[in-house]
Ligand binder design. Structure first.
Ligand code: B12
Length: 213
């Protein structure tokens, strides 16, 4: 037997195995997978708050992301094809830009976006402009997110935005950039609409874009 509070607690305390068995127990009890996702989201949200208050560190954040991703796999296996995990708050295409292979921060951002209810298309690392463009067209994305940790990533971000402009897609999109070195100067140079070096703030920004206000 599992209770909803127990699952939220297991996630926030980063009890990996317990989280998975509770997910399974709740499903066995007939709890709707969407409700289970909401509990996982709540857990990840609390971990995020603790990270921002510096009560938790990067290891905990990565661990919470892992618990969320693995639990989502358990849920996906029992959900019907027509029931999407995401509530479709919006569609986001994410990637680490060309020349850069750092992805730990990007992966955290992706998990948090999924936990918040976005449909996320993660392209991976070392992604050139063409791949971003193709994915934006294919998914009719609302938002494009570039990650970059290397100084050279700025040039790639710039090129990607230019290519989105040339393809006539830029005006339909919002662009957010993130990663260790990004700042206002990067945002302007990269032709983006927002920047942050904090994945939680990133989720707040894109949520605001789509919900308005
Ligand atoms: C781990 C690491 C690696 C790993 C990467 C593993 C992986 N899977 O990512 C490996 C060993 C592969 C690596 C390789 C290299 N690295 Co390295 N690496 C690091 C290191 C130590 C940590 C980076 C990290 O993961 N931080 C933790 C994450 C969570 O932080 P983050 O990425 O900033 O993400 C947070 C936010 O920024 C945000 N975020 C991130 N992306 C996005 C995107 C969006 C849209 C949003 C909203 C938010 C967001 O969310 C996260 C949580 O809040 C840094 C040093 C450092 N202290 O940062 C050097 C560092 C980034 N690396 C560096 C270098 C030079 C390299 C190499 C060139 C080394 C070499 N000579 O081979 C290669 C480059 C390979 C390449 N082409 O990319 C330099 C970059 C210097 C520069 N100015 O360009 C750094 C700064 C080290 C240094 N001081 O010299 N590296």
């Amino acid at each position: 037997m599992g209770t909803k509070e127990e699952l939220i607690h297991a996630v926030t305390e980063l009890e990996e195995e317990k989280s998975y068995s509770l997910v399974k127990a709740l499903l066995d009890e007939g709890v709707n997978p969407k409700e289970v996702i909401d509990m996982l989201r709540k857990g990840v949200e609390i971990v995020g708050e603790r990270f921002n208050k510096k009560e938790y560190f990067l290891t905990e954040l990565v661990m919470a992301g892992e618990i969320f991703q693995q639990s989502a796999k358990i849920l996906e296996a029992v959900m019907k094809d027509d029931t999407k995990m995401s509530e479709k708050l919006g569609v986001v295409v994410v990637g680490t830009v060309k020349g850069d292979v750092h992805d730990i921060g990007k992966n955290i951002f992706v998990t948090l976006l999924q936990a918040a209810g976005f449909e996320v298309h993660d392209l991976g690392v070392d992604i050139d402009a063409e791949k971003f463009i193709n994915k934006v067209k294919e998914t009719k994305a609302d938002i494009v997110a570039y990650s970059g940790l290397l100084t050279v990533a700025l040039e790639s971000m710039k090129q990607t935005t230019e290519a989105l402009k040339t393809a006539g897609l830029r005006d339909k999109l919002k662009i957010i950039i993130g990663g260790l070195p990004v700042d206002e100067m990067w945002m302007k140079e990269a032709g983006a609409d927002a920047y942050t070096d904090n994945a939680f703030n990133g989720v707040k920004i894109v949520t605001k874009w789509l919900k308005g206000g």
